[in-house]
Design a protein around this ligand. Structure first.
Ligand SMILES: [Zn+2]
Length: 248
């Protein structure tokens, strides 16, 4: 089950993905339940960053009407491996500092996942790593590590509290894709100092953390952005109007 607050955020993110489609040459469809797992794992692994390997489902191509709807004027059909197929599952393969999340652990062996990954075990199509309490913007080493990726790289940035040893670090330049609480238009009543300075809470994680902001970006090693669309079990985007085949 995907939490209701996360569904709402994914609807908003999808709407933005549609509005910004002209800026992307390709897209990847990510099931909501996989994304929820990624957020929970990221928070359970604090203060470490995690490196996650991601496979696509060769039986589940993107739905054509959805792919068409989110396509910009310019589309690159063969930009990366696994393109056109929905994400299937994710596995944590390493954790640690920002160095660790660019490398497979030394004890990594191909039979580690042989039971559920078949003969092509060992290498994943896509990779994702986390930026705890920092924006989802690639660093220089992130861009270097992406050069070995056959699919795409993704970065999940989370702002949360209690923040532990990782205060929010925001001094980074780059394009952002954020999931935030909608701006309140109602004029605030007189509130206490603490209430005025409190961050809005999007939701609570099983780890007990309050989540204030979620950022997610996808990019190809050439440096171009890849648009991520959140889909349900039927392969339809959250917020999709099935009668009219569009985002309302
Ligand atoms: Zn990074």
């Amino acid at each position: 089950m995907v939490e209701a607050w996360l569904v709402t955020l994914m609807q908003g993110y999808n709407r933005e993905s549609y509005e910004q489609r002209a800026g992307y040459l390709a897209q990847v469809h990510m099931p909501g339940h996989v994304f929820q797992s990624l957020i929970w794992w990221a928070l359970q692994s604090l203060p470490d960053e995690i490196l996650v390997g991601i496979d696509v489902d060769a039986q589940r191509p993107h739905r054509v009407e959805v792919e068409d709807y989110f396509s910009g004027d310019e589309v690159h059909k063969q930009l990366f491996q696994g393109q056109g197929y929905t994400i299937k599952e994710a596995h944590i393969v390493n954790r640690g500092d920002s160095y660790s999340v660019h490398h497979l652990p030394e004890d990594w062996t191909d039979d580690m996942f042989s039971a559920d990954r078949g003969s092509r075990a060992g290498r994943f199509t896509h990779w994702l790593h986390t930026h705890p309490n920092a924006p989802a913007i690639p660093s220089g080493p992130d861009a270097d590590a992406a050069q070995e990726t056959t699919g795409i790289d993704m970065i999940l940035g989370l702002r949360f509290s209690p923040e532990g040893p990782l205060p929010w670090f925001d001094d980074v330049e780059g394009t952002r894709r954020s999931m935030k609480a909608p701006e309140k238009t109602k004029k605030p009543r007189k509130r206490s100092f603490f209430a005025r300075h409190a961050l809005p809470v999007l939701g609570k994680a099983p780890s007990g953390h309050s989540i204030h902001e979620i950022q997610l970006i996808g990019f190809h090693k050439s440096g171009v952005g890849v648009n991520i669309i959140f889909v349900d079990d039927a392969g339809l985007p959250y917020g999709w109007d099935e009668g009219n085949n569009k985002m309302p």
